[in-house]
Ligand binder design. Structure first.
Ligand SMILES: C[S@@+](CC[C@H](N)C(=O)[O-])C[C@H]1O[C@@H](n2cnc3c(N)ncnc32)[C@H](O)[C@@H]1O
Length: 340
């Protein structure tokens, strides 16, 4: 197969022919049609991000493509099917705490490096071999739209809380820590002209960016507020829904965030956020050691602490659904609750 290969950090990618991929059980080969090029790709390829990659390899992140061949344990996918290739590959001999790599992009620790020697090449190649469960069927699509589907996958990353709350026309929604505002713009579309979407952020630059994005999108029913999620600048009973993507873990006063969320929600209002939580079994020292590298400097809550914190603020119907492991013992999760 043809691939754009990185031989050395800092050297240009070299388009070359690699040995054909050999399919095994539990694997699938996909003909790559479109691939992400993330904004910081240059930093990775120049070695500035210190990603652990054993070179040479074809780098790359997610791709959209067509199934070329499936293993004997694949019963639904057929050659020619369109799929999204998810590069988050997990070792299979430890379901609770697998080694996790981003195929063709980064691998940590001895287990990760070992895994990446097999699931090696990323999407900057004519073909990719990925674990079967990483091929997400997309249904029929026009080849000319493959690049768009790839871009959509990038936009879906911040969808955590957004998808958890089932927004309805006419509702008022608040995004805690709205950053560049993508979730607010999407929420604004969902709730329609009779609804409203607020974004709250403490950082002037992010507010500026979000307001510029809203202006460009011509969004009339969105508003960005400056302030802190620990002291929400809205009156009591002001919103139907609270969403947030990976922000509450950054707060140094999480009880205040929960209490303020409860206060501004109307009775019957829904809280649906994504956040990072620690496994209950982690010791305090283990938690500290793992939080730092993933940037959770204010300290993450454990599953039990999160549930108790929401219950103490008055929330009911609390569910916590882990979505993926961020690092050993730290999980990304969707947390849903209701203000009774
Ligand atoms: C990790 S970014 C997430 C942005 C956005 N939710 C997304 O998914 O793209 C965190 C954002 O939360 C904001 N933030 C962090 N702590 C905050 C706080 N205590 N109050 C208000 N905003 C906060 C930051 O300014 C930043 O824009």
């Amino acid at each position: 197969m043809k691939a754009a290969v990185l031989n050395e950090f800092g050297s240009p990618l070299e388009v070359t022919t690699l040995p054909d991929l050999v399919l095994g059980t539990g694997e699938i080969i996909v003909d790559v049609v479109a691939a992400h090029v993330l904004s910081y790709t240059g930093e990775v390829l120049r070695g500035e991000r210190n990603y652990t990659l054993e070179l040479p390899l074809a780098p790359g992140t997610a791709a959209v493509g067509r199934v070329r061949a499936t293993g004997p344990d694949s019963t639904r996918l057929r050659p020619g099917d369109w799929v999204l290739c998810d590069i988050t590959v997990r070792s299979r001999d430890s379901l609770q705490a697998p080694d996790i790599v981003l195929q063709g992009w980064s691998a940590r620790g001895p287990g990760g490096r070992q895994l990446m020697r097999h699931y090696r090449h990323g999407a900057f190649a004519s073909q990719m071999m990925i674990p079967t469960e990483n091929a997400i069927p997309l249904g029929p699509l026009d080849e000319a739209d493959a690049g768009r589907w790839c871009a959509l996958d990038l936009l879906l990353v911040p969808f955590g809380g957004f998808t958890a709350v089932d927004l309805r026309p006419g509702e008022t929604v608040l995004d805690l820590g709205s950053g560049g505002g993508i979730d607010v713009l999407l929420s604004g579309r969902r709730v329609g002209p009779s609804g409203k979407a607020y974004g709250l952020d403490m950082t002037g630059e992010m507010l500026e960016l979000a307001r510029a994005n809203a202006a460009e999108a011509g969004a009339a029913n969105v508003e960005f507020l400056e302030g802190h999620i620990e002291a929400i600048p809205l009156p009591d009973n002001a919103v139907d829904v609270i969403i947030s993507n990976c922000v509450i873990n950054l707060s140094g006063d999480k009880p205040a965030v929960f209490a303020e969320s409860f206060r501004v929600l109307r009775p019957g209002g829904r809280f649906g956020v994504s956040d990072i939580l620690a496994d209950d079994e982690l010791t305090e020292a283990e938690r500290l050691e793992r939080e730092r590298p993933v940037g959770c400097l204010a300290g993450v809550l454990s599953f039990t602490e999160y549930r108790d914190g929401l219950a103490r603020a008055g929330f009911t119907g609390i569910t916590i659904t882990p979505t993926h492991e961020v690092t050993e013992g730290l999980q990304s999760a969707i947390i849903q609750a209701v203000r009774p």
